[in-house]
Design a protein around this ligand. Structure first.
Ligand code: GLA
Length: 753
């Protein structure tokens, strides 16, 4: 039993081997948050209906059978603003009479033995490996009868995350409005917390921010219609001394690819409320109509950020990413974008494939520029037919040419977009997002199609299907290169315009579902000007993301570090590019570029013909090494050793630099702990740095490991307590790797450490 009703329905205990989560009912009316933490056997009866302290006289309080309750003090599961609660409410409303105050009280509940997901946002795959599931539904309602709220809690036997979402139903006889309804809200006990979030911009995605939670409210979110470069749908609260391998973390992510909103609210008594949900949303509900919020995943770790990431990686691998891609190792990719940009034709692509094969590539992605009149980024999106001059006879000959070189064929598309200079726009201007009498703002000279329109959805499915069938492509890089503006819909009423961006995302999911169902052999790489839409919603359809347009090895370190908080390495596309780097002009050694990309989904973003023979040999070695480790890496444990959240930097003296000079290190440990790949990156050299040892983590004590290159055999305890000696490096932008294999029995000599 995963969900237990306690003491005659006075509370609920959600329990797995990973966590316990407990809810109490105060006076049978108010649904209070009781506990979220390590699994416990039993929730004491005495706390179930309790109010922690009687409210002081000056606070608004409601009489209950055993005294009074102040909503402003009560930890709640889904707080409503305006009737005694002054902190952040979980949803905004405009009721039929124009007022916004809401009271939500317990009405009923049921415990179901199946899995209920929000409409149109399935997130979990059908054949997930998260074990049995039970769903708790708690119905709340406003005593005035305006609306009801169903809280859904999905507990999986073997999932280290609780899934929460909410259904809101209009119970009135007139329409009402919802504003930004949260999927989940949690009230943490009073204490000192830090908030960890991920922020950035184009080419600088998901840098880690860690700041103390101060009194008041902080909000992060996205508003341009995607989960965004600027901020990720993720927030974690942790104890102030939490590190990578110790301390408590309470984390949430929203499995949704559009606007989100997350808040952290610390009240005068130092308790912290944290919520996450769809943002910038205004929904009209007709009488009887319901709205479902997106699924939120709640992860609690007692083992710091490392434990948190392990849980998120696990959910993605075992619950979200399609099984086919869970099992299939990712190919070494060579992409034409940074290799030749728009300067492509069938011969150049053939040559790129040949050069790619020599450095170990297994799949070529023909990027932007293959269609219609597109010779730069100003035209032709929407006109998805091959440019006959560049690709005589269409795409099949170029796809065949690539295959003849021994590589699989993949193609770039940006199907959600339209260029004003295109036949599609001339025929269907009403398909773009637009607002009457407003000039649509262009970004990268393009407009956004409205995926909330069924005809647009059908157009995209038909176009992509035709392209796949014409080329036998096994890979699509699915790009989306601008934020939404003037997000109005030509097919929605005035009352429904506030749903435009949400309906777009539901439309997108449906399009992707139809395509991936029809062509399961095609891997869809999620891209949005790099990593601008990398989230657990899209992960259902996209087992690999283009992590960032930033391909400089040094700039990639904090991006990959931050991204790994949520995503396992095999989902993070990482390509070796040419120097000087195209984004920042930096010259990094070939080996550093290879080692920065190696533990992730490895590939190239360069023209091999223009690289030196020495560098090509290093690239080839990189591909060989990647192919040797990728199968166990995709089931292994990714452990961050140095970077923004780690203590090893500061503790280890003068080698530490702040900012982009920060040393980074991570390792991947195979599931059976018999193999480890360890990577160390030193962006800036320091004078007289003194000895530096990189301490590993996660190795079973008592084991021995051989450094397969240097030959030394180490005890696991040595590696974790003393660490690997970092070789002395000369020059900036250095990197080093170790590949360790477990040594059986007594097969280690006295000279070992
Ligand atoms: C975006 C992508 C790039 C590339 C270009 C092509 O910026 O992130 O990788 O595909 O579009 O126009």
């Amino acid at each position: 039993m995963l969900i237990a009703s306690l003491n005659g329905d006075r509370g609920f205990h959600l329990r797995t081997q990973h966590y316990s989560y407990a809810i109490g009912l105060v006076d049978g009316r108010f649904v209070r948050h009781l506990y979220w933490g390590a699994p416990v056997e039993k929730i004491p009866d005495a706390v179930l209906g309790s109010v922690d302290a009687p409210p002081p006289a000056y606070l608004a309080a409601i009489p209950i059978s055993e005294g009074r309750v102040s909503l402003d003090l009560l930890p709640q599961e889904y707080p409503a603003w305006g009737t005694g609660e002054h902190r952040e409410g979980a949803l905004g409303v405009i009721l039929a009479d124009g007022t916004s105050a809401l009271r939500l009280e317990y009405r009923s509940h049921e415990i179901l033995s199946d899995r209920l997901m929000p409409a149109g946002m399935a997130m979990l795959r059908e054949d997930h490996a998260l074990g049995d599931c039970e769903t708790l539904r708690i119905e709340l309602a406003d005593p005035r009868g305006d609306l009801s709220v169903d809280l859904f809690y999905l507990v999986h036997d073997d999932a280290p995350a609780l899934i929460r979402w909410t259904r809101i139903t209009n119970r009135d006889e007139s329409p009402i409005w919802l504003l930004d309804p949260a999927s989940a809200s949690v009230d943490l006990r009073p204490g000192r917390y830090d908030a960890v979030t991920l922020s950035g911009s184009w080419a600088r995605e998901r840098h880690v921010d860690r700041i103390p939670v101060a009194p008041g409210r902080r909000e992060i979110g996205s508003r341009g219609g995607s989960s965004s470069h600027q901020s990720s749908p993720f927030v974690a609260l942790c104890d102030t001394d939490t590190g990578e391998d110790h301390g408590r973390v309470y984390a949430m992510t929203l499995a949704y690819s559009g606007n989100f909103r997350a808040t952290v609210d610390r009240d005068p008594f130092a308790s912290c409320r944290c919520s996450i949900g769809i943002g910038r949303l205004r929904v009209e509900l007709e009488p009887g109509e319901s709205f479902d919020t997106a699924p939120a995943l709640l992860v609690r770790s007692n083992r710091g950020f490392g434990g948190m990431s392990e849980a998120f990686h696990r959910i993605l691998r075992d619950g979200i990413v399609a099984s086919r891609w869970r099992e299939k190792p990712r190919s070494v990719v060579i992409n034409s974008w940074e290799a030749m940009y728009f300067d492509i034709d069938v011969e150049k692509i053939r040559t790129l494939a040949r050069g790619g094969r020599e450095i170990g590539a297994e799949l070529l992605v023909l990027d932007d520029g293959w269609f219609s009149a597109r010779r730069d980024d100003t035209t032709s999106l929407g006109d998805w037919w091959p440019n006959e001059e560049l690709f005589p006879g269409g795409l099949r000959p170029v796809a065949e040419a690539v295959r003849a070189e021994g590589l699989d064929f993949g193609l770039w598309v940006e199907p959600e977009m339209v260029s004003p200079e295109s036949e599609l726009y001339r025929t269907h201007p009403e398909w773009a997002l637009r607002i009457d009498r407003r000039e649509p703002t262009r970004a990268r000279e393009q407009l956004t199609l409205n995926l909330g329109i069924p005809a647009v959805q059908d157009f995209i499915v038909a176009t992509i299907s035709r392209i796949i069938e014409e080329t036998d492509a096994v890979y699509l890089k699915w790009d989306m290169n601008r934020a939404m503006t003037e997000a109005g819909s030509t097919v929605l009423t005035r009352e429904r315009q506030g749903e435009t961006m949400h309906r777009y995302i539901l439309g997108l999911y449906d399009v992707l579902r139809r395509i991936t169902d029809a062509y399961p052999q095609v891997l869809i790489e999620g891209c949005a000007a790099g990593g601008g839409r990398m989230d657990f919603g899209l992960a259902r359809y996209s087992p690999r993301f283009w992590t960032s347009d930033q391909t400089d090895a040094v700039e990639r370190l904090p991006i990959q570090y931050g991204t790994s908080l949520l995503f396992p390495p095999e989902m993070m596309g990482a390509h070796v590019s040419a120097v000087p780097n195209h984004q920042v002009g930096r010259n990094t050694p070939a080996r550093t570029r290879v080692l920065t990309a190696l533990p992730f989904s490895f590939g190239f973003e360069l023209d091999p013909a223009r690289q030196s023979e020495d560098d090509r040999a290093i690239f080839r070695e990189g591909s060989d090494r990647y192919q040797a480790i990728r199968e166990w890496v995709m089931n292994g444990r990714f452990i961050r050793l140095r970077g923004a959240l780690s203590r090893q930097n500061a503790a280890e003296g003068p080698t530490f630099h702040d900012g982009l000079g920060t040393d980074h290190a991570w390792m991947v440990l195979s599931e059976d702990a018999r193999r480890a790949a360890v990577f160390f990156y030193k962006p800036l050299i320091a004078p007289e740095p003194g000895p530096d040892h990189l301490r590993l983590a996660g190795l079973p004590p008592g084991r021995w490991y051989r450094d397969t290159v240097g030959g030394t055999v180490y005890a696991a305890a040595w590696l974790m307590d003393r660490g690997l000696r970092v070789p002395r490096m000369v020059g900036d932008y250095q990197a080093f790797s170790w590949f360790l294999d477990a040594v059986d029995g007594d097969d280690h000599d006295g000279g070992s450490r």
